[in-house]
Design a protein around this ligand. Structure first.
Ligand code: ADP
Ligand code: MG
Length: 310
């Protein structure tokens, strides 16, 4: 059986930025390994300065790694053919001072699109990002949020197999964020792979199948979003027929009493509920927020943990 090529693969990539003046050297990426499968929505998380944009720029072939290598759609980073099948949205969108519809046609032409299809596609992508009424406006006069939408339209022009989005929602209002989320979901349904960087954990949590957490240039967590969020230590016991004051830290809502306890004491607490004449409605693992996971991994420097797919 031949293995499907990864949509995106980093193989021990390191990047050092050297300052010409101070002879200082900053290691923005440090032996970074990652494999993103075709068809995934993959979240690339990390605080500001973690190295996310550096990794993305290396994948796009904008700069070379100091060491290591990688592949995009089965070809080495920087390959010209690959570029035509990848849509890229930069963190800070910079567009020429031109009408946005003409700009999109210009980018489409760079990707070897042409004929009547070019104008049609420009209208389609403007509609997708909600800029259909701004088609004839000068992109140089756009607000940051509008620029981000226009940048997304540009990334979608060539109907890419792989979409790489660097902080795609950072300048967007809540409604536009929902629009981007829906756009990403429908892109996946159409068989695309989406690689999405963000420091906004709540964004990633909602749509990503898997996430990687980058911290100081190193991969510190990798796994299914659901698994990362599951706390292994705490469990919630939902009960009926017991008094709130019988259990420390219990809360009540919708007529039930909910008790959160360490897993090691779960059995004893359930026993006590029954002894008090109560009933157990459900026992649920406690989900952590991705924010919590994030704080945990960035607070210490644990060795990389993986889900075994590396
Ligand atoms: N062109 C550059 N020259 C020197 N240092 C850089 C350059 N680009 C990024 N850095 C540094 O590399 C680190 C990682 O930056 P970046 O990849 O932009 O992180 P992120 O996208 O996760 O916020 C930061 O410390 C940043 O200051
Ligand atoms: Mg960045």
């Amino acid at each position: 059986m031949t293995e499907m090529p990864a949509a995106l693969e980093f193989d021990s990539v390191s990047k050092e930025y050297r300052s010409v003046f101070s002879r200082q050297c900053l290691r923005a990426l440090d032996g970074f390994d990652l494999r993103v499968e075709a068809g995934e929505i993959f979240g690339f998380l990390g605080p500001n300065g973690a190295g996310k944009s550096t990794a993305i720029h290396i994948a796009m072939g904008f700069m070379r790694p100091t060491s290591g290598q990688g592949h995009m759609l089965g070809r080495p980073f920087g390959d010209a053919w690959t570029r035509r099948h990848v849509g890229f949205l930069a963190e800070n969108v910079a567009l020429y001072h031109r009408r946005v519809d003409r700009l999109l046609c210009f980018y489409g032409a760079l990707n070897r699109m042409g004929g009547t299809r070019l104008g049609e596609r420009a209208r389609e992508v403007l509609q997708m990002v909600g800029l259909q009424d701004q088609a004839k406006r000068n992109a140089g006069k756009f607000s940051r949020g509008m620029l981000q939408r226009a940048g997304l339209a540009q990334a979608l022009m060539n109907d890419p197999k792989l979409l790489i989005l660097d902080e795609p929602t950072s300048a967007l209002d809540p409604l536009a964020r929902v629009m981007v989320r829906e756009l990403i979901r429908s892109a996946r349904e159409a068989g695309k792979t989406i690689f999405l960087s963000s420091h906004l954990l709540s964004e990633v949590e909602l749509i990503c199948d898997r996430v990687a957490v980058l911290h100081r240039g190193k991969l510190v967590r990798l796994g299914r979003t659901a698994d990362l969020l599951q706390s292994t230590e705490q469990t919630e016991i939902v009960t009926r027929g017991v008094a709130l004051q019988d259990f420390a830290g219990a809360v009540t809502h919708d007529g039930v009493v909910s008790i959160t306890v360490p897993i090691s004491t779960q059995r004893g607490v359930m026993q006590r509920v029954w002894e008090l004449g109560g009933e157990i409605v459900s026992v649920n693992p406690v989900r952590r927020s991705l924010e919590q996971v994030f704080l945990e991994v960035t607070a210490d420097s644990q060795p990389p943990q993986t889900d075994g797919r590396l």
